[in-house]
Design a protein around this ligand. Structure first.
Ligand SMILES: [Zn+2]
Length: 274
């Protein structure tokens, strides 16, 4: 067991899980910019005082995983030890305080990350794409797989505390970033699923405000492409591998203003689900 001090940079959308009730992948960086994955965390079950936001420092007791999750950055946190240290880092001076830690160990490209993955099992990183080409939106199942839901029901029979709570809502769309890296080896065909919590949270806010599923999906695309990847943004992608397959997905977006002189003038989106 060791004490980790982590700046949270990423939270993924929760998925039901047989073993852990529901899973959120939380990732962040240490003070030296090294990546850490805290997993599993049953985020929605944490007391409010422990429900950290992005760009908040937390301190937590954790140990290395044995067995299933051997990804080198993964630690198993002791949830009741989690302490929030202060307010989230702000967006002043072009997100400088966030960038100091979040981008300290930035990789040159996905190709560089694939090399690191082969060399030492790297499974988290942050890159600055040369060009973001599009977000592909495609229809997906409206419900979680039956085995997920059955596992969840079985588990809740034993746990009154959560018996009345609904499972996380399943977003009936898939969103993939298509982009090109700044690397001579890049063939410009990266297509990576977006698993950012904020994406799901935004989708359901639109639905709850009366939008149709198609309109809500269009608004999500507009936000994650039109706003976060606009010409005046210095967009970076947080990426990580999925445990089961080792494939890379986008787990968060870092999108400070490109021009430092405009810092503070643009209203930045702050999601209540972040
Ligand atoms: Zn590439």
């Amino acid at each position: 067991m060791q004490t980790l001090k982590v700046l949270i940079t990423v939270k993924t959308y929760p998925i039901p899980s047989a073993k852990y009730d529901e899973l959120v992948c939380t990732a962040g960086v240490t003070e030296s910019g090294d990546f850490i994955r805290l997993y599993p965390i049953r985020f929605r079950d944490l007391p409010y005082s422990q429900q950290y936001k992005k760009y908040q420092w937390v301190e937590v007791l954790a140990k290395k995983h044995k067995g299933r999750d051997v990804r080198k950055e993964s630690f198993r946190p002791q949830e009741d030890s989690l302490k929030i240290l202060g307010e989230p880092l702000g967006t002043q001076r072009g997100w400088a305080e966030r960038a100091r830690f979040a981008l300290a160990k930035r990789a040159a490209s996905m190709e560089a990350l694939y090399d690191q993955q082969k060399a030492d099992g790297t499974s988290l990183g942050v890159i600055r794409p040369k060009r973001i080409l599009d977000i592909e939106v495609s229809a997906d199942d409206a419900e979680w797989k039956p085995q997920f839901l059955e596992a969840l029901r079985q588990q809740r029979l034993w746990d009154d505390r959560k018996a009345t709570r609904e499972p996380p809502r399943k977003v009936p769309w898939k969103f993939h970033y298509r982009f090109e890296c700044d690397d001579p080896r890049c063939n410009g065909t990266h297509r990576m699923m977006i698993e950012d919590w904020e994406l799901g949270a935004l989708y359901w806010r639109c639905i709850d405000n009366g939008d149709s599923p198609t309109i809500a999906a269009a608004k999500v695309k507009d936000k994650f492409l039109g706003t976060m990847c606009a010409a005046d943004r210095d967009t970076h992608l947080f990426v990580g591998t999925v445990l089961e397959h080792g494939t890379w997905v986008v787990i968060g977006v870092f999108w400070p203003p490109r021009d430092d002189s405009s810092a503070g003038s643009a209203p930045l989106f702050e999601s209540s689900g972040s």
